[in-house]
Design a protein around this ligand. Structure first.
Ligand code: AP5
Length: 231
């Protein structure tokens, strides 16, 4: 099953998507993570992306679609993919439909993380990420047991450049202007499933599992499931 995790910055998509991918044996594709890796490695992609990501603007569609096409060539993609942070524009969503169709596949569901603006600001401003393994923590809701070090690998925890207050505001604006229209796009296709994400991490995990089960059930019954899954 191919799944998209959609929602504003800091909604908790990555926290849940990594876990779902691991538990279900799906490939995890997060365009933001790939861009940060490219920036850290100083590759041509990273050099191009840096000016966009540090100010919270979207990297151009052509660059992102090329990146996703390449990532879909990885082993494991045939089992299904969890897309985190992609697509973010209607152009990217149309491209994803084409990329999957070329493989004889389609999207199973789009999980929309519905969360308040206050929660987003609180989550992003307290987020800390491991420089070594990429694990994500939060100073209040998910602190590392080792303080400023990652409790999985011992790496140093840092605050993402784009998690500073002025950039957070811009990312939220960009989400409203360029990404929120995807809710209607996927709603019309009967793929959108709302996840109430203003809750604790375990509660959101339960809601995600229920949403995926509902989408899989509707697909198994051969219908679009639009009544059951309307978001
Ligand atoms: P990207 O890395 O994709 O960032 P994002 O979409 O803004 O999402 P985040 O990673 O900030 O948040 P999240 O929802 O994954 O939350 P998380 O689980 O970490 O993109 C970064 C940049 O790259 C973009 O601005 C753009 O420039 C570029 N880019 C990327 N993809 C692109 C694309 N497709 N097209 C164009 N440009 C692209 O959780 C946040 C924090 O909250 C964590 O600390 C976590 O521990 C905590 N938390 C999680 N869930 C809960 C909960 N339920 N309760 C309390 N705390 C929680």
């Amino acid at each position: 099953m191919n799944l998209v995790f959609l929602g504003p910055p800091g909604a908790g998509k990555g926290t849940q998507a990594t876990q779902q991918a691991e538990e279900r044996g799906l490939l995890y594709i997060a365009t933001g993570d790939e861009l940060r890796k490219a920036i850290a490695a100083g590759t041509p992609l990273g050099l191009e992306a840096k000016a966009y990501t540090t100010t919270g603007r979207l990297v151009p569609d052509g660059v992102i679609i090329g990146l996703v096409r390449e990532l879909l060539g990885q082993p494991g993609a045939e089992k299904g993919v969890v897309f985190d942070g992609f697509p973010r524009t209607v152009g990217q969503a149309e491209a994803l439909g084409r990329l999957l169709a070329e493989r004889g596949e389609a999207l199973g569901a789009v999980l929309y993380f519905d969360v308040s603006a206050d929660a987003v600001v609180q989550r992003l401003s307290g987020r800390r990420v491991c420089r070594q393994c990429g694990a994500t923590f939060h100073v209040a809701s998910l602190p590392s047991k080792r303080g400023a070090l990652c409790d999985r690998c011992g790496g140093e925890l840092y605050q993402r450049d784009d998690d500073r207050p002025e950039t957070i505001a811009n990312r939220l604006r960009v989400y409203q202007e360029q990404t929120a229209s995807l809710l209607d796009y996927y709603r019309e296709q009967g793929l959108l499933v709302r996840v109430a994400a203003d809750r604790t991490i375990p509660e959101v995990r339960d809601a995600v599992n229920a949403a995926i089960a509902s989408a899989a059930g509707a697909r198994g019954q051969g219908g679009t499931g639009s009544e059951q899954r309307r978001a």
